[in-house]
Write a protein that binds this ligand. Structure first.
Ligand code: SAH
Ligand code: SF4
Length: 329
């Protein structure tokens, strides 16, 4: 087998990688695919990441917040559709104090005994992470974005650092969350060496979930003129990550299907075992614009889930209605 830098540079190996990745995912997770109901509950953000449309400097974006009642209503719809994990994602929005977040988590967990709650709300103090965990949060998604500090500094303003991001991931692990990390593929200034640093970092962290998706250029950001990341490279990296981390929960991410709707099926065949149907109310969904071109903004949650289930079975897998916790081997 070629070494990793060679595999990343040439593409003649992709089918073999996908086969090996699929065999490993079937060994650990059989043909199961886990659905996570994604609730994008606020698009306010105090940060100014150069790649993201929710950045505070983007004055073109109509901002919204969902109330606790609206979030619970999304969960009700999702639960009835068979979803058993809810992912609360948002910008870093100071309006949602720790008390508010804890109240939302405990309401969800009080209503539904057999669901997992995943948070994806950025960098917080360790005490805050601990409070959310005690309120019932099970998992946390926080991509390292780039494990290489110099590369990280080219994607973010000075008040954000790779060191701080890694510290947050360490705190989340210590508290006992199932932790998700990851990075964008093809972000500006990323080369093979940067990708290798991320893989190395992931090996040290040993996360439960790994989310990677292509960078999608957003005209409302300073990176408007940088090209999109490659779908093929993302698929190849999904296979590599599955081979390196057979136990990991690896989603076929929204940015991947935004660039190529057929990539969803391909991602499953390359080793992905999670899909996150968007169950945010239609009224606001279009305004959660990390990047443009998000598909499915017009569909009702029920339709989105039904469509995903048929893609999953056409690809040769089975959508299961369970929490879908990580299986460490
Ligand atoms: N504010 C939280 C969660 C929301 S952003 C956080 O930053 O962790 C979720 C993810 O979207 C980010 O981790 C980033 O990797 C991804 N993202 C943001 N802008 C993007 C873009 N233009 N293309 C692809 N992915 C993007
Ligand atoms: Fe805010 Fe997250 Fe976007 Fe950065 S990536 S601007 S923290 S929503």
């Amino acid at each position: 087998m070629k070494n990793l830098p060679e595999i990343l540079e040439v593409s003649d190996y992709d089918n073999l990688l996908a086969k090996e990745a699929d065999a490993l995912r079937r060994k650990v997770y059989f043909d199961e695919v886990y659905l996570r109901g994604l609730i994008e509950f606020t698009n306010f953000c105090k940060n100014d990441c150069y790649y993201c449309g929710l950045r505070i400097s983007n004055t073109n974006l109509p901002r919204y917040r969902l109330s606790e009642e609206e979030i619970l209503s999304c969960c009700k719809t999702g639960y009835e559709l068979g979803l058993r994990t809810f992912v609360l994602q948002g910008g870093e929005d100071p309006y949602f104090t720790d008390d508010k977040i804890c109240s939302i988590i405990s309401s969800i967990k009080g209503l539904y005994k057999d669901v997992a709650v995943t948070l994806s709300i950025g960098e917080k103090k360790k005490e805050s992470y601990l409070a959310y965990f005690k309120a019932g949060a099970d998992r946390y998604l926080l991509r390292e974005e780039s494990a290489n500090p110099l590369h990280y500094s080219k994607l973010h303003p000075k008040n954000l650092s790779s060191e701080k991001r890694k510290e947050c991931l360490k705190n989340l692990k210590e508290i006992g969350y199932q932790v998700g990390a990851g990075f964008m593929v093809g972000s500006p200034f990323q080369g093979i060496n940067e990708i290798l640093s991320d893989i190395e970092f992931l090996k040290q962290l040993s996360p439960d979930m790994i989310g990677i998706g292509p960078f999608v250029s957003n005209p409302e950001t300073p990176f408007a003129h940088y090209p999109n990341g490659s779908v093929e490279m993302t698929l190849k990296l999904i296979s590599i990550l599955r081979i390196l981390f057979p136990h990991a929960l690896i989603p076929a991410t929204t940015s991947l299907w935004t660039l190529d709707p057929s990539a969803l099926e391909k991602a499953l065949k390359c080793g992905a075992n999670v899909i996150m149907p968007n169950i945010t109310p239609k009224r606001v969904r279009d305004n959660y614009r990390l990047y443009p071109g998000k598909t499915n903004t017009e569909k009702e949650a029920a339709q989105t889930v039904a469509d995903l289930k048929s893609i999953i079975s056409a690809a040769g897998y089975r959508a299961v209605s369970s929490k879908g916790d990580v299986r460490r081997i």
